[in-house]
Design a protein around this ligand. Structure first.
Ligand code: MN
Ligand code: MN
Length: 459
């Protein structure tokens, strides 16, 4: 099967050129002007449109079981939502319970995803306990192509890893050549503040922020990066939300060499007043770290544009407002954390980042596709438009305005945190390994065709 994308403007992290892209089977065969197509080729006219490498979201929760509920999306729904928004590869988090072994948890995530995803996917492995038995299994996990480990300094009662175990895990990661991702909020401090607030009758969603102030994220970021440096591990700060934490990360050194920072589309565009909305509406916006003061947005945009921040993800975590979020009506601690954002990342970034002049098109591709691919061992299979790369492509119409709404989105959740927001453009065609999967707002791909992508360890 051949596919020729004609007359578009090919935009990668480094180039902007008028060129055609010829795909043979699952791969890109040639990139250049005036390519001719084999007789049986499907031809897509991309005149007036951009051709981007498929976007990679390195921080997504599709299957996310909590103590009392589970995320609403399945691999069927999340992958179609991802493709609708131009994301062709997602990395989910496989998260064992503390008393569960990594391979047992991995079997669950494999069962949830195998044969069910329309886009390609991979996993990070969360480490919620570290001992010799876990270490042995993690070696096997790494052998299977899961070359990034995630730790939580937060969530004291469920997944937080004790400091001495973090130290051992970092030393292990350094030896095995795998990247360590850190959720950097200090669990003990959060726990203390939560109890104080609730004891004082401060139980509404607006108080969630006050249980996790910027100082706690800054402290956690510092600790995470100090231990990583001491043990020689490469470290990746997930979902950095504020200036205080950014300053700590920059002060620790090694940015772009052994330390990388991720932020989220939600932190660039939403502030804490959303979580303060009346009538429990704020619960839609409860995430950790919390949405911050508005002043942080300019700081994050600038850091994203100038290279201080390397990647832009979503931390997609879908829970229904009408039912699941309601379990925290009397106490914000019981609101499932997370927002559905997988589908809208690129359209929002194009509209409120590129079109607003906050970052260039090449940089957009870099932070939302090429850098995630490079850091997580997917490049140049993903994140590039060149001969030999997977033919994951987004033909993007920058002048196709629309409005974000839960009524029309593909995510399996009853609200959208960006309800009513305008977008300037959107994908018109999205391909997955040479097959057109999305066209003019409709999924036309093959359900379940998405594959697990193994990612070899870096060194
Ligand atoms: Mn987190
Ligand atoms: Mn997360």
């Amino acid at each position: 099967m051949s596919l020729l994308i004609r007359n578009g403007e090919v935009v990668t992290d480094t180039e902007r050129i008028r060129a055609d892209v010829l795909c043979e089977g699952e791969r890109i065969a040639r990139v250049g002007p005036g390519l001719s197509a084999p007789a049986n080729a499907e031809i897509i006219n991309a005149e007036g449109k951009y051709v981007f490498p498929g976007f990679v979201d390195p921080h997504v929760h599709v299957y996310l079981p909590l103590k009392t509920t589970c995320s609403k999306d399945t691999y069927e729904t999340a992958s179609v939502a991802a493709l609708a928004g131009g994301t062709t590869c997602i990395i989910d988090f496989c998260s064992p319970e503390r008393d569960e072994l990594p391979l047992d948890a991995l079997a669950k995530w494999e069962e949830q995803s195998r044969g069910r995803s329309a886009c390609d996917y991979s996993f990070h492995m969360a480490v919620t306990r570290f001992d010799p038995e876990v270490a042995e299994q993690l070696r096997e996990v790494i052998r299977r192509g899961i070359s990034s480990l995630k730790i939580y300094l937060a969530y004291k009662d469920s997944v937080a890893l004790a400091v001495n175990q973090i130290e051992q895990l970092m030393a292990f990661a350094a030896r095995e050549g795998v990247l360590v991702l850190g959720h950097c909020e200090d669990a003990d401090e959060v726990d203390r503040l939560q109890k104080e607030l609730v004891a004082a009758g401060k139980t509404g969603p607006e108080w969630h922020y006050h249980s996790r102030p910027p100082a706690i994220e800054a402290m956690g970021t510092r600790r995470f990066l100090e231990i990583a440096r001491d043990k020689g591990a490469r470290a990746y700060v997930v979902h950095l939300s504020c200036e205080e934490a950014l300053k700590e990360a920059v002060a620790r050194g090694g940015l772009g060499e052994r330390v990388w920072i991720e932020t989220l589309i939600s932190f660039l565009l939403l502030d804490k007043t959303y979580a303060e909305k009346a009538d429990f509406e704020g619960a839609k916006y409860i995430v950790s770290p919390p949405l911050r003061e508005r002043r942080n947005q300019e700081v994050l945009w600038k850091a994203l544009a100038d290279g201080t921040i390397s990647t832009l993800a979503t931390d997609h975590a879908p829970f229904d407002f009408g039912t699941q979020k309601q379990s925290g009506r009397k106490d914000f601690r019981f609101i499932p954390n997370g927002m559905p954002t997988l589908e809208d990342r690129i359209n929002l970034l194009c509209t409120y980042g590129v079109k607003a002049g906050k970052l260039g098109l090449n940089r957009m591709v870099e932070v939302a596709s090429s850098n995630p691919a490079r850091l997580f061992g997917l490049y140049p299979r993903k994140g590039a438009i060149r001969a030999g790369s997977d033919a994951d492509l987004v033909v993007y119409d920058p002048a196709c305005p629309g409005t974000i709404s839960a009524k029309t989105h593909h995510m399996n959740v009853d609200y959208n945190p960006f309800e009513g927001w305008k977008i300037a453009g959107r994908p018109s065609v999205v391909t997955v390994r040479g097959e057109v999967a999305f066209r003019d707002g409709l999924f036309v791909g093959t359900p379940g065709r998405g594959a697990f992508v193994p990612r070899p360890a870096g060194r």
